[in-house]
Design a binder for this molecule. Sequence first.
Ligand code: 5GP
Ligand code: MG
Length: 193
Amino acid sequence: MIPDNFSTPTPEPADRVGRPMFSELQIQRRTSQLAREIADDFDGREMVVIAVLKGAFVFAADLIRRLNKLGAKPMIDFIHAASYGSGTVSSGKVAISHDVTIPLVGRDVLLIDDIIDSGRTLAKIRDHLLEKGAASVKCCALLDKPSRREVNFTPEFVGFRIPDRFVVGYGLDYDERYRYLPYITDLKAEGDP
Ligand code: 5GP
Ligand code: MG
């Protein structure tokens, strides 16, 4: 029973969700492979996992549990970087709007994000974490759009490379919607069949 004073959000345009670009199963399989690559790379060294809010929370949750199956027992923290502007085009400026609280001096960091576009967000956060004294920062992104790169940034671990399309699902949003989808899909333009 919904109380009277509970305001229901406006319904989202579900008809704009296209077919999965990467299915739930494809994502799960690739995430397991990535966990293996990362565990091999860290080779038993302790890591601090830092997930970039908000988009990376779903991917990070799955990845850390697979890493743990392979023996890792990472500390987990979060960071939020806002790039000015909303919608499907990000602007050039990136600001850290919520910082990590775990001391990083001398620690090896695995930085997790949902997607790399221009590369500005992860480049900025990586430099920020190194300034805080991290011994090393390795980056893992589920998705990468290399054709969009505007700064020189190469992640150590990438799930899938994709063309220049705006995607949602599995943590990725369009105006805060669609993060719950278990798969990744692109949005149909308004009026598309
Ligand atoms: P960058 O700083 O690399 O240009 O942008 C990275 C951020 O832009 C991502 O963390 C994500 O929040 C957003 N972004 C870039 N491309 C997409 C996309 O295709 N879909 C969604 N939902 N967000 C994107
Ligand atoms: Mg993001």
